[in-house]
Design a protein around this ligand. Sequence first.
Ligand code: ADP
Ligand code: ADP
Length: 229
Amino acid sequence: QGEVRFENVVFAYDPERPILKGIDFAVPAGRTVAVVGPSGAGKSTLSRLLFRFYDVSGGRITIDGQDIRTVSQTSLRAAIGMVPQDTVLFNDTIRYNIRYGRWEATDAEVEQAAALAQIDDFIRSTPAGYDTEVGERGLKLSGGEKQRVAIARTILKSPPILVLDEATSALDSYTEREIQEALERVSKNRTTIVIAHRLSTVVGADEIIVLNEGRIVERGTHGELLDRG
Ligand code: ADP
Ligand code: ADP
């Protein structure tokens, strides 16, 4: 469950200037497809269309064969989880911030999600580092730690489809690798679309789609794309 399909998708913010010019790809349920390309290629636009921030100008997007224009906003939000590159957190405990993924979750489930994302140490603190139990100020969360909170939230929400915005350029390489590993754990057996700038970060994807100026200019596995140079 959770097959995503873009069928000849065309989109323009401004009718004079098409941004996506006929995008065709499918992500089989449980698989991972990475969309790679330079800034301005149309990657974010593509994910906004999947969330129906905008509707396609032509073609269609389906989930399990159903045109997303016929799916309620509530079901769409339940079906798709997003790990954005810049996470804005509530000024409340990390526990609360994780629970936002699914309010009904038990404490044990929240803690398990925190452990998978490796932020168990922060669970009582706020993003600014205030420990609500001890009543002391500690270290502020770094960008990488905030992103791990978003990952924990998504683990808890457990949607069949994931969109990972992976432009982790602002992170040091140690943090980047930690996040990479956490993301791999979340995306396992889930339909996943990874949005990335660089080919090097999407080695594990089942298929990589290279987008340029609103068109798919290349596609294949990581190895195939490297062989073609
Ligand atoms: P990427 O994510 O690959 O960097 P985007 O999807 O953000 O690319 O942008 C693709 C093109 O669409 C760019 O030329 C950008 O200027 C344009 N664009 C993005 N968002 C908007 C918007 N809200 N209104 C008009 N043009 C936009
Ligand atoms: P969250 O950021 O925790 O996912 P939001 O209230 O921002 O929570 O969004 C709820 C749901 O809306 C998300 O889980 C996702 O399915 C959908 N959504 C759509 N677009 C976005 C986006 N750009 N960033 C985050 N969530 C989005």
